[in-house]
Design a protein around this ligand. Structure first.
Ligand code: NAI
Length: 347
């Protein structure tokens, strides 16, 4: 196979420009390359049109969930000599794959680093919301030991609907099967392994109508954008819980707010948000919150939001860094990352 364009000369270290870097990214990537065979260039800023120039001289850019890899940014990257995009995540909704293919830019991702990390975090949101742990924590610290308003329900015997039973959804089903719940799922590609857990596959509408808890684990694609909109929320059981640890735009946030105001939605657990790129992964505690939709969400006592931390476990960070280095090495050896994302995948 022909050498990939931009391959460093023999002996030269490949340069990788890492965007949206936090200290944990830096330490884990360095640890995954103990022989220092890669010249990492770490940038705190997100990759977007205004920052793309920083990739000059790099063979690869390493990007995260809120970096912008649209057609314009990809064209600039290609013109700067970049030939590979290394995503440090499973989702690839932020990459214009058609534009990448047209430019001959390869895209690699980390398809599986720890489905347990996200599935366990989803369970944490569910249990905390149900038993009002977020409220109890503050109350007890203020010396208020009253139980009013903290009433939950037994999960045992309830019906949980899982939308998307890939790696994370299947792991969530496996964990929940120990809780004595009835498990429903919807997925265009049902899994026999999931069925074997006793999970019943239904169409989305039937799942929404029957579930006390709905948990979203599908990717964000044009087909799943606003999958949970006002209509879908109206089809849910009154008082049902909704959990979203997949991607923010799978739900219509304004419709969520309406359903929370009317009391139709019993509780909402989010680890992702449609407009999270402007908020998450930074300390904004000294600034005035400019996002009025997000601010409204924060006012509901039955809403629990975390800032996209589902993936954030030691095991997952180690696996992300190791797979990222492996994707690069595979590209250097063969011209393709070990875990490529291509347009065919979503066709
Ligand atoms: P996966 O690719 O293994 O599974 C996704 C499943 O969703 C597949 O079985 C697919 O057939 C199904 N699906 C696709 N369209 C659907 C639809 N319209 N309705 C129902 N199911 C549908 O992906 P994985 O690893 O399980 O991750 C799921 C999503 O979780 C990722 O795409 C990503 O957006 C999100 N994620 C969130 C993280 C976090 O930190 N909160 C970390 C990692 C992933």
């Amino acid at each position: 196979m022909a050498e990939p364009t931009g391959t460093p000369a023999h002996g030269a270290r490949p340069v990788v420009a890492v965007f949206s870097t936090r200290s944990h990214d830096r330490s884990h990537l360095l640890e995954a390359d103990p022989e220092a065979s890669i010249a990492w260039r770490f940038f705190e800023q997100r990759l977007e049109a205004s920052t793309v120039q920083a990739a000059e001289g790099a063979l690869a850019v390493c990007a995260f969930v809120n970096d912008t890899l649209d057609a314009g940014v990809l064209a600039r990257l290609h013109a700067l000599g970049v030939r590979l995009v290394l995503l440090r995540c499973a989702g690839f909704n932020n990459v214009d794959l058609c534009a990448a293919a047209d430019l001959g830019l390869r895209v690699g991702r980390v398809p599986e680093y720890s489905p347990h990390a996200v599935a366990e975090h989803t369970l944490a949101l569910l249990l905390a919301l149900n038993r009002k742990i977020h409220r109890a924590y503050n109350r007890v610290r203020e010396g208020n030991f009253a139980l009013d308003g903290l009433l939950g329900f037994d999960l045992h015997g309830k019906t949980v609907g899982v939308v998307g039973t890939g790696r994370i959804g299947a792991t969530f089903c496996r964990i929940l099967s120990g809780f004595g719940v009835r498990l429903l799922a919807t997925d265009p590609c049902p899994s026999e392994a999931v069925r074997a857990l006793g999970v019943e596959y239904l169409e989305l509408d039937a799942l929404l109508a029957a579930s006390d808890v709905v948990s979203l684990h599908c990717p964000l694609t044009p087909q799943t954008h606003h999958l949970i909109d006002a209509g879908a929320l109206a089809r849910m059981k009154p008082g049902a819980f909704l959990l979203n640890t997949s991607r923010g735009a799978v739900v219509d946030t304004r419709a969520l707010i309406a359903a929370l105001k009317s009391g139709r939605l019993g509780a909402l657990g989010l680890d992702v948000y449609e407009e999270e790129a402007h908020l998450f992964f930074r300390d904004l505690s000294e600034q005035v919150l400019q996002d009025d939709v997000f601010a409204r969400l924060l006012t509901f006592p039955n809403v629990l939001i975390t800032g996209h931390q589902g993936f954030f476990t030691r095991e997952a960070l180690r696996a992300i860094a190791a797979t990222t280095v492996d994707n690069l090495r595979c590209f250097l050896a063969t011209g393709a990352p070990r875990h490529p994302v291509s347009v065919e995948r979503i066709a």
